[in-house]
Structure formats: C-alpha cells, structure tokens
Design a protein around this ligand. Structure first.
Ligand code: GLU
Length: 439
C-alpha cells in the first residue's frame, strides 16, 4: 500500500502535489493500492472543506485513490494502542503543566542547551493537573533507517526524548496517528517531504514498541526553492497549486514539471501516465531543486501543442475546432491558457471596443478600412479565398498601401498591433471574417 496523507489545514502546496504524484506513480509501478488519508488530527487547525479541495485537485491531476480515510475516525483505535503501550511500560502519563515545561525550556535556552524532557518530571504535578498527556519512552539507543534518496540516516538516542503521543484531550499527535495508521493500512513505502526526516525515527520507534516488524521503505524529497534560493513558502504565488491553475497552467504540464524538476528523466516532455513506464525514485537528486516558472511555461506550451484542437478550443471557451488551431499559432507568444484566451478573445471582440486607447488618426484608418472590407465581403467567396487574393483585393478597394494598409488590417483581423504572421492566421480567420469585422 502507498499513501498520500495531506492535512486539511491549508491550500495545496506544489510540494504536496509532488509527493502525491510520486506515491501514485509508485503504486502504479508496483501494482499496489493507493490510500488517501486525510490527516485531520489537529482539530484546531483543520479548515472546513479543504479535504474536498484536495480530492478535487487530485482528480484533476489524474490521481485516483483506492481507499479514502479520515484519521479522526481512528481516534478510538489510537487511544487503545496508547493504552497498550502504557500497559507494556513503553509509554507513560505525564502530568507536567505547560508553565513548568515552558520554564524548563527557558532554562535550557538560557544555558544554550537543547531542551530535553526528563522522565523524572512525569508525576511532579500529579496532584494539581488532572489532564495528563501520554508520552512514549525515550529509546536511549541509536535509530537508523535507509532513505532511498538520502542514504543512511542516523539519530542518536538522546536526540529523541520521551515525546507526546496523546494530547491532554486524548487526541493523538501527528507522529502517533501516522505510525499507527501506517500499520493499520499495511503501508509499504512512504514518500514525503524532507521536513519529515526527523519524524521518521519516532515513527519507527512506535512501530518497534508495537512489535511491528515490517520494513517500510522511506524516500524523503528535497524541498523546492524559489528563484531567490529560499524554501518555497506560501508567500511565493507559484507554490500554490490553485494559483498555477488560475494562471492558466495545465495540470498535465504542472505534473510534468514536478516529475522533471531535480530528477533524471529520459525525456523532457511527458504525461504522468507516460512517466509510470520509466520513473525511478532513486534518481531524484539529493540537493533541493529550484522552481523555474519559465521552464513551466515552456512545458505548458509543449502540452498545448500536444493537445487536440477541439479540446483546446473548448478550454478557451469556443466550440469551433478551428479556434484550437488558431490558438496553437499564438503559442509563439503565449504560454498559458489565460494568455491564449486574451489573444483569441481580442480577435472576436468588436473592434470599436478596443479602439479607445488608439490615437484618433489610427482610429479613423481602422474604421475606414473596416467599412471597405465589410463591403468587399459581400461579393467575396470567403471560404476559399487565399491571403494573397484577399490582401490584393483589399489594397485595390482601399487604395491604401504600406503601413497605412497593414497596420489597420492587422488590428481589424486580430485586435492587436503585432502577433503571428497574417498569412499564417488568415487560412483560419477567413471562416470567421464576418464575425471578426463586425462593427
Ligand atoms: N500530514 C503530513 C503532511 O501533510 C503527512 C506526512 C506524511 O506523509 O507522513 O505533511
């Protein structure tokens, strides 16, 4: 079993989506089931409906799960396991008050020492505090594990003091719920962000104390950096999957980029489905990868090129397949759906609406040529006319030449003063001339 275990506490970060994609690919490669586990243990931080957003986004990216669980539904089970550990002498109640622990933390800080919990404190406040937490006993031995990407990782026993597994309201902490549910659902392989490296020995210890002997494989993915070389945070727009989608990046291009970045792949442009054939998690680089929006823009264009014209037209809000072909011509100057839509919409909008910002002389040239072209269209075989014939005919009728002809012509046909060659656009535009030139 592989799993993706998001917390419903915020918008999906691209780092999380990358984790989901990698776990999904491995599940497909190993022909294993894929579990979606909503980690809603932190009741104060859960945000309503974030679980639904997560499911919507995963579906959009083509990631299908076999089983869905909410971790909060297993709280009873977590409590039972904690009681078992207490009975085995591997966990204990700790009655320390928050103030006391805060004071100890401050003392350690003042002495420039790392704060370590001392098991002898456990019952100091037993009389005054009747909301104890449950702590797992410090292992006092070195814990190691093999990471597929980072190699062997070791934690000295003293680095792991007796840590909390049940909070005072008897809800489990992340580490405990995670380790317990990884057992319950028979998880074989865990891929997650490297911010979890220090949690892994704790989860391994929980497994050991519960006499669970299955060897789970771990791969911790290096963080993604922004273009200043800092960890991509909420402050970086591009860190939000929803922001990228709103900007007009295609899910298939985003997935392509998240698989490509910091990785050795046999090709540069591919779909998630294609990558299942060759993806190799052990080839992911140890070093953090830098997120490059220009590279994503390039991949977005490549995926537009691969897309069939009917689908592209529909994405842009048009029914006619030719609009898809037209949009592809604009890929030389646009990379996102929003940029393409802007170009295409300008072709079809009434030109009078675009004129306001142009100088009066140019406005007149445009309106004059518009009248001439509309009159000319009455007698023309629009479906079959070539650009050459159309142009020559229009020059003849208008008596204009050079930029006094071409500038207003381009504006009338495209709503812009520059863009792809008119000779390339015209074979498609000719089917819509009446629409394009309408007043
Ligand atoms: N809820 C954790 C997160 O979103 C999951 C970590 C894990 O995969 O164990 O980071």
């Amino acid at each position: 079993m592989l799993r993706f275990a998001p917390s419903p506490t915020g918008d999906m970060h691209i780092g999380n989506l990358r984790v989901a994609i990698f776990n999904y690919i491995l599940a497909q490669q190993k022909n294993e089931k894929f579990l979606l586990r909503i980690e809603d243990t932190d009741t104060a931080r859960n945000i309503k409906d974030k679980d639904k957003d997560i499911m919507f986004l995963l579906t959009l990216f083509g990631i299908k799960w076999d089983t869905l669980i909410y971790q909060s539904h297993n709280f009873q089970h977590h409590r039972q396991l904690a009681e078992y550990l207490i009975a085995q002498g591997k966990a204990f109640y700790c009655y320390c008050t928050k103030d006391f622990l805060e004071q100890k933390r401050q003392e350690a800080k003042d002495k420039h020492q790392a704060f370590r919990y001392d098991d002898n404190w456990a019952t100091l406040h037993k009389e005054s505090n009747n909301h104890p937490v449950v702590r797992l006993k410090s292992p006092k031995k070195t814990l190691r594990f093999q990471d597929i990407i980072k190699g062997e990782i070791e934690f000295a026993g003293e680095e792991i003091d007796s840590f909390v597994i049940l909070k005072e309201d008897l809800t489990p902490t992340y580490n405990f719920a995670c380790a317990a549910d990884d057992i319950l659902y028979d998880v074989d392989y865990i891929i997650r962000g490297e911010d979890h490296v220090s949690n892994t020995p704790k989860q391994i210890l929980i497994h050991q104390y519960l006499n669970y002997s299955k060897n789970i494989a771990f791969a911790h993915l290096p963080i993604l950096l922004n273009n200043q070389g800092k960890k991509m945070s909420k402050r970086d727009d591009a860190s939000s999957v929803q922001w990228l989608l709103d900007e007009g990046f295609l899910p298939q291009a985003i997935a392509n980029y998240l698989i490509l970045i910091g990785n050795k792949t046999p090709q540069e442009v591919f779909t998630l489905k294609e990558s299942i054939a060759w993806f190799d998690i052990s080839k992911v680089a140890k070093a953090p990868a830098k997120f490059d929006l220009d590279k994503l823009r390039f991949l977005n264009r490549e995926h537009f090129k691969r897309m069939n014209e009917q689908d592209l037209a529909l994405l842009l809000g048009y029914k006619d397949i030719s609009i898809g072909a037209l949009a592809k011509l604009y890929l030389q100057e646009s990379s996102t759906l929003n940029e393409l839509r802007q170009k295409i919409d300008k072709i079809f909008v009434k030109k009078s609406l675009l004129l306001k910002t142009e100088n009066p002389e140019f406005q007149k040239e445009i309106l004059d040529l518009q009248n001439i072209l509309l009159a000319m269209l009455e007698t023309m075989d629009k479906q079959h006319i070539s650009y050459e014939d159309f142009k020559n005919e229009a020059i003849k009728h208008s008596n204009l030449k050079g930029k006094h002809f071409f500038k207003p012509l381009r504006f009338l046909l495209t709503g812009a003063s520059n863009g792809p060659e008119l000779s390339d656009l015209f074979p498609i535009l000719r089917f819509f001339l009446q629409d394009i030139l309408r007043r």
